[in-house]
Design a protein around this ligand. Structure first.
Ligand SMILES: Nc1ncnc2c1ncn2[C@@H]1O[C@H](COP(=O)(O)OP(=O)(O)OP(=O)(O)O)[C@@H](O)[C@H]1O
Ligand SMILES: [Mg+2]
Length: 232
């Protein structure tokens, strides 16, 4: 016991006293959102212009974002919405945001539960039908009188596994809402996703499309060196 205490003392002491390797370890986490996203100015601008109408109380177009993995789709979307949220608060615009990672959520039921929780409605983990959870979301949202922007990230994973019912319901939701409006931002890293979608769903989701092409070597070098400056 005593020996182990000494051993740990030594380990901790060594850790504390050695020179720091990282200036800020957090910035190396995969979900860290940098303040600057070089080489994505065009996408930031287009997405910003697309969502801006909510600041004046109008529903914004749905957007379909696609590009290969690691091209900054999630980072740019979160970045734009964070800034939009600040602006909306400043102006007192009735805007709400909900981000769902569909791959992590895994089922329509869980995606709709996340949406429900976002507007303050709690649903049990199981026990209700998907339709019932969706109805609770729809009714709760309509009472709240908001413009809601829903980000469905990694939507391809959910659609390939379970079909496009979720998107079908969500793209039609505005037809039955009286006091609230929904806009969708669907993000996919599989361009072929379009082939899996009902044409009506596709045309509705793709009111706007934003493509994220892969970074070239010099852009990657630049991005990495910017990040390294913050981390080390
Ligand atoms: N232009 C950029 N500047 C700085 N960091 C970036 C940039 N683009 C991407 N990154 C960083 O690279 C990582 C991957 O980006 P991101 O998660 O946004 O990719 P993605 O396109 O959503 O990938 P996936 O399809 O796998 O979800 C993140 O840590 C992100 O912060
Ligand atoms: Mg992503």
């Amino acid at each position: 016991m005593n020996n182990h205490t000494n051993l740990l003392d030594e380990v901790f002491e060594k850790f504390v006293s050695t020179a720091r390797i990282f200036r800020d370890r957090e910035v190396l986490r995969h979900d860290y959102l940098p303040e600057k996203l070089p080489h994505r100015e065009a996408q930031i601008k287009t997405l910003g212009e697309t969502v801006a109408p909510v600041l004046k109380g109008a529903r914004c177009s749905n957007v379909f974002i696609y590009g290969k993995t690691g091209t900054g789709k999630t980072a740019v979307t979160k970045y734009v919405l964070q800034h939009l949220e600040v602006k909306a608060k400043e102006l007192g615009a009735p805007v709400k945001f909900c981000y769902v990672n569909c791959r992590l959520a895994g089922t329509e039921y869980r995606v709709f539960s996340v949406l429900c929780r976002n507007i303050g409605i709690s649903v049990p983990f199981t026990g209700l039908s998907v339709g019932e959870v969706f109805n609770r979301f729809k009714n709760g949202l309509d009472v709240s009188k908001k413009l809601l922007i829903i980000v469905l990230d990694e939507i391809d994973a959910l659609i390939k596994a379970r079909g496009d019912t979720l998107l079908y319901e969500l793209t039609r939701i505005n037809e039955t809402l009286r006091n609230s409006k929904v806009s969708l931002i669907g993000i996919s890293n599989d361009l072929r996703l379009k082939e899996f979608l009902d044409p009506r769903v596709l045309s509705s989701l793709s009111e706007e499309e934003i493509v994220f092409r892969p970074y070239d070597a010099s852009e990657l070098k630049n991005i990495l060196s910017e990040r390294a400056k913050l981390a080390f």
